[in-house]
Design a protein around this ligand. Sequence first.
Ligand SMILES: Cc1cc2nc3c(=O)[nH]c(=O)nc-3n(C[C@H](O)[C@H](O)[C@H](O)COP(=O)(O)OP(=O)(O)OC[C@H]3O[C@@H](n4cnc5c(N)ncnc54)[C@H](O)[C@@H]3O)c2cc1C
Length: 289
Amino acid sequence: MIPAAFAYERPASLDEALGLLARNGDAKLLAGGQSLLPLLKLRLAGAERLIDIGRLRELRGIRELADGGLAIGALTTYRDLLDSPAAMRYRCLAEAVPGIADVQVRNRGTIGGSIAHADPASDIPAVVLALGATLVARSSSGERTIPADAFFQGAFETALRPGEILTEIRLPGASDSVGSAYRKLAQPASGYSIVGVAAVVGRQGGGTGAISMAQVGVTGVGDVAYRAAAVEAALVGSDGSASAIKAAAAHAADGQTVASDIHADREYRAQMAGIYVRRAVEGALAALG
Ligand SMILES: Cc1cc2nc3c(=O)[nH]c(=O)nc-3n(C[C@H](O)[C@H](O)[C@H](O)COP(=O)(O)OP(=O)(O)OC[C@H]3O[C@@H](n4cnc5c(N)ncnc54)[C@H](O)[C@@H]3O)c2cc1C
């Protein structure tokens, strides 16, 4: 449980952190440490140098955008999210965060750390996929934005380039004309998702009209969190009845190599994917009223 020796830097500003990262290609960023430190202690990962960005106030906090959306700093902790009425208006986020780990991890773990780490069983990737979030990355040569559905590229692999820091997560405005929900089958010891599903769904004219939009993010099932495109296509234009949702949910794992491990074998996990997609979509429609 003792990590190999590493150099440690604690920059006082984002610019200083970006400069350090640009000069030290072998360095790893440390945010809340809830994934990285266990990996280092177990020697499943190594780092020559850690750049501790965990105390950069400029990357922490939540602000409302002029277009009605929300900008969440990458170092915003799960606890901060739970304390923010603006963040908790996004029901799928409000339902996902309390189920992440335990109170100690939620006090230190950051939304940006979860997204940048891209663990195939983490909850937040499914939420930002379903919400159609935009991720902001900065390097010493500038800033760029990456849509969530282009960000997660494989297990622990993202679209971040060397020298980039994820700085902000932008959510589109929370609207009363769409409902959202998060449902998960949790691994009982850690809380990680065996299957986790975020759904954002709207109906034409609100009430009982046909389904006009559906965005479904799934985690825990494949080698990386993904948008369930076949489910979304089957839902849009349907009447949103129980049978239509069940038929759409049957496509939950389409195109995925379904994971198999000691907690859930491939067949069970694939079946649970369908069930939890159905529950999340039903929850999102119920939230619409
Ligand atoms: C006991 C336990 C139970 C857990 N259960 C759950 C669970 O139920 N659900 C769940 O989703 N997660 C769970 N987690 C994981 C936890 O949510 C993540 O570890 C955490 O959110 C990652 O954020 P962090 O700030 O701790 O990142 P760190 O551990 O500091 O960093 C993780 C990785 O991301 C990189 N990184 C961090 N921030 C940035 C950034 N801004 N820009 C670029 N790269 C960055 C780091 O270099 C590192 O490679 C659990 C963890 C533990 C220890």
